[in-house]
Design a binder for this molecule. Structure first.
Ligand code: GDP
Ligand code: MN
Length: 355
């Protein structure tokens, strides 16, 4: 009996340690997924995986947003798979639909041009819903009534997979270290989707007397800049895995840059992705070291994955990935970013010429 009592006490102690970080409390955070009813089965696989690898120890809430109402089967199956509270939200037309300032003819002409590209169209070239999604994820998700209630979010997409246990409260890790944004994979964007994005940003910064931000040692400007050519490096955080501080996304600095960029209608006249738009803004407004890379996590969003090279870590966290497939050192990966703090001052970049 005594053994049993000790075992129970031990289990309670271990659970308490697992649940608590230094301050022993859960943070005001939620997992967050934007998806459609048709994503249900990929989504369930992912939820079961995230619960097993992480959330069954913490029971964080999970917010699901959709531009159409979720159906009853979806809500039932998803609610039962999540160990915390699953919350389902509808996105208003105002946050989702193409704004009136967009000239449909200009947009259609862009789509026609891209579809006729002799090298082939880039991914999602002719999808209007994809363009709406990118705009929503860049500047509106953080204002959705359900997400307004939280401080931190962890974005999850249907079909993604964690390859290793996360044996600590990753949200508390963000809060305690004062990190505002965390990612795993980072890579180069298709330049054809954003021909005028960097130019537009440059103009916004110029108009608002903030060009200094492109030449600062305090922020992440040297991650987004090709120092030699004054152009965008095309590096972006792969936003299908990200943990972020919602208050940063709701800050007046972020909102200003997003709203000004949005006026160029590049989400529709081109196909600006949420990843490069958010990366550019965050790299300018966040101060080193408020961005962190989770290099010890195993994570997959097809067709790429990150797999920790360190055998000790893989064994401890029961990783199931093959390090040969790890993207980190591929040529199109930007994971070198954290070696970039070279402290070399540049002149304020000249207005870039259009590519
Ligand atoms: P990719 O990762 O760039 O290939 O784009 P995805 O197709 O994975 O879309 C990104 C995220 O937005 C995923 O979580 C999708 O489920 C979601 N998503 C994309 N388009 C729509 C849409 O039209 N409606 C809704 N509700 N979600 C969408
Ligand atoms: Mn995806």
């Amino acid at each position: 009996h005594l053994v049993l009592v000790f075992q129970t006490l031990f289990a309670v102690a271990v659970t308490a340690t697992a649940l608590g970080g230094p301050s022993g409390e859960l943070t005001n955070s939620t997992l967050y997924t934007l998806c459609r009813n048709s994503d249900l089965y990929d989504l369930l696989d992912t939820i079961v995986n995230y619960e097993a690898r992480f959330n069954h120890r913490y029971h964080y809430d999970w917010v699901f947003l959709n531009d159409n109402p979720f159906d009853d089967n979806f809500k039932l199956l998803v609610s039962n798979a999540v160990s915390g509270t699953a919350r389902f939200g509808l996105i208003s037309e105002e946050m989702w639909e193409i704004p009136e300032s967009v000239d449909r003819h200009v947009m259609e002409a862009n789509i026609a041009r891209v579809m006729a590209d002799p090298e082939g169209p880039y991914p999602y070239a002719d999808s209007l819903s994809y363009r709406k999604m990118c705009r929503f994820e860049s500047g509106f998700f953080q204002w959705h009534p359900l997400l307004l209630e939280y401080d931190y979010f962890w974005r999850v997409e249907p079909g993604v997979k964690l390859h290793c246990d996360i044996p600590y409260d990753i949200f508390r890790h963000m809060v305690d270290n004062n990190f505002r944004y965390g990612f795993t994979i980072s890579m180069l964007e298709y330049s054809k989707t954003i021909p005028t994005l960097f130019n537009s940003l440059w103009e916004v910064l110029d108009r608002s007397c903030q060009l200094e931000l492109l030449n600062s040692d305090e922020n992440y400007s040297n991650y987004i800049l090709n120092v030699d050519s004054n152009s965008y490096s095309l590096c972006h955080f792969w936003t299908n895995f990200e943990i972020g501080d919602l208050n940063t996304f709701r800050s007046k600095e972020y909102s200003y840059l997003f709203n000004e960029l949005d006026k160029y209608n590049g989400f529709f006249y081109e196909r600006w992705g949420d990843a490069p738009v958010r990366t550019l803004i965050l790299s300018l407004i966040l101060k080193y070291p408020q961005i962190t890379r989770f290099k010890d996590l195993g994570y997959q969003h097809d067709p790429y994955l990150q797999c920790p090279q360190d055998l000790t870590i893989r064994a401890a966290n029961r990783c199931s990935c093959d390090t040969k497939l790890d993207i980190t050192n591929k040529w199109f990966s930007c994971s070198w970013y954290n070696k970039r703090r070279d402290g070399v001052r540049r002149l304020i970049p000249k207005k870039p010429s259009l590519q």
